[in-house]
Write a new protein. Structure first.
Length: 362
């Protein structure tokens, strides 16, 4: 792809609502022309797919396979081998981020259309073509991509409302960063994940996600506590799953996500969720680009209100000294979208931003 060409990828169909899962077989039949589908699912939500089809539903048979918990090449091969006759004509991935990723890899290997059914709004992965493959030691070893975005993304907000609160907070954290990351990525001319220039629409989506989350996150979390999706909950899920996913993939990322390379190398952060880490990373990004103290304070106030981390101790990490901060910063600079800022931005700026932030947020 010519990097002077703007490009953006979308799922063909995005469906969201309290009973969206009732459309599973209809969508398999109508959108993917499938009579037999392979469902790769987290065991905890397997029951959603093991019930026989209801009266009036299209006759689509489902072979349900339970995901073992880690998205490795071996797991992808195991699931592909379990696929039996009649040959599947589509793959459905259901569950958390890793289950969705392994289903993406299975669909790539079997060369079949893909439906994604996230059961938590914990990250921006559902609409994306990226797949994070791990080794047996839980380290990311490769990020292959689908040939196109998932064909159908089916988001049942009744199911998502029953997921743990912390997962939705993490999804809000993963989405809140995009406004600042996409605008920086566009400014630096970063090549997006579709292999071209970012589009103005990516920034529009990132800003819409930000504004929605600032306005509706508290209300959405209250709705979740009641177990009843309401309008605020629907808007927040749409921001966290649809806007955030499209924004990062076709817009790009910056320090908030780049800092992951340093943070996830520390054993202490193993219990922290992706969205928690990048939300913290956004605070460091704002420091590195010298945003006003009042803007950072305002964002930290929002984080505290909903339970996102504001200090490194909130993600399990002791306050780094100068050399540890520099090591974290140097790893951050290995992300190509952060390196695109070099020499305007160097590891020493990021290290200083981290140290300043910890001092001020203490
Ligand atoms: Zn993310």
């Amino acid at each position: 792809m010519n990097t002077s060409t703007a490009v953006i990828g979308f799922p063909s169909v995005y469906i969201q609502g309290p009973n969206a899962l009732q459309q599973l077989r209809v969508q398999l039949h109508q959108s993917l022309n499938a009579q037999h589908a392979l469902v790769v699912t987290d065991p905890v939500v397997a029951h959603l797919f093991e019930a026989p089809s209801a009266a009036g539903e299209p006759d689509v048979s489902l072979q349900v396979l339970h995901f073992s918990g880690e998205c490795t090449g071996a797991e992808v091969q195991r699931l592909c081998r379990l696929s039996h006759q009649p040959a599947p004509q589509a793959v459905v991935g259901a569950g958390g981020g890793k289950a969705l990723d392994v289903a993406k890899a299975v669909s790539l290997q079997l060369n079949l259309p893909l439906m994604i059914v996230p059961t938590a709004a914990s990250s921006d992965a559902p609409t994306s073509r990226l797949i994070a493959l791990y080794d047996e030691q839980h380290r990311i070893v490769a990020v292959p991509t689908l040939r196109r975005n998932p064909d159908v993304v089916l988001v049942d907000t009744g199911v998502i409302a029953r997921a743990p609160r912390r997962l939705l907070v993490a999804g809000i954290g993963d989405a809140i960063t995009k406004r600042h990351e996409v605008s920086r990525a566009l400014e630096a001319g970063v090549v997006n994940y579709c292999g071209g220039k970012g589009t103005g629409l990516s920034l529009l989506l990132a800003e819409q996600a930000y504004n929605t989350l600032r306005r509706d996150a508290v209300g959405a979390l209250e709705a979740q506590a009641r177990g009843e999706p309401d309008a605020a909950f629907e808007r927040v899920v749409e921001a966290a799953v649809l806007y955030s996913g499209l924004a990062f993939e076709s817009g790009g990322l910056c320090i908030a996500h780049g800092l992951l390379r340093g943070l996830t190398a520390q054993a202490e952060t193993q219990q922290a969720l992706h969205g928690e880490l990048v939300a913290y990373g956004l605070l460091i990004q704002l420091r590195a680009f010298e945003h006003d103290e009042s803007e950072i304070e305002d964002l930290m106030h929002f984080y505290r209100e909903i339970g996102l981390p504001t200090r490194c101790q909130d993600i399990g990490l002791p306050v780094p000294d100068a050399s540890q901060a520099l090591e974290l910063a140097e790893r951050t600079m290995t992300a190509p979208y952060v390196a695109a800022w070099s020499p305007r931005l160097q590891a020493s700026h990021i290290a200083q931003a981290l140290l300043t932030h910890e001092q001020r947020a203490a």
